[in-house]
Design a protein around this ligand. Sequence first.
Ligand code: MN
Length: 205
Amino acid sequence: MIMEQTMPKDGKFDLMTLPYAPDALEPVISANTLSYHHGKHLQTYVNNLNAALPGSGLEGKPLEEVVLHAQKGMLNNAGQILNHNLYFSQFMPPKADNAPTGRLAEAIAAEFGSFEDFKSAFEGAGATLFGSGWVWLCADEEGVLHITQEPNASNPILHGMRPLMTMDVWEHAYYLDYQNRRPAHLAALWQIIDWDVVSKRYLNE
Ligand code: MN
């Protein structure tokens, strides 16, 4: 079940490196939003977790192990790092008619009816999640796909599920570009989902 394990170096976690230029996701996510979201918000979670690790009994453990075993304050920071690492690494520059292919596309059609039906259900889950949190496409132990709403810093691994793709519905993810229009932000994100990355997570590659 463990995937994309992130190991600390010398007892500390690093801020993940973005796999694209800061303006590569425009106009869906501006360079300004990205600089705050990655460079400030995520950096703060990393700093907080690194400060809390000594003496916790979780020093030197991979990030997913920390998420699975941490107490609440540490769990919030570790969960947010895992969530953001999966989030930022699933994007690519905007592409028209962007859609999954292969076995993941077949599984989405089998579970949700069609890719369009899946997108509607996913956007609905994002629009109705009250407060701050994350919407996930995830897979259970049989590989069946699910859409989950996770509050605050939660991640599907806390329910035994494998996280595949996510949308961050904390206001810091969209407020500079979309203000209160969370549904418009979610609808735009489909243009920048790197389905090759999501497929690899689904196929455990
Ligand atoms: Mn965020």
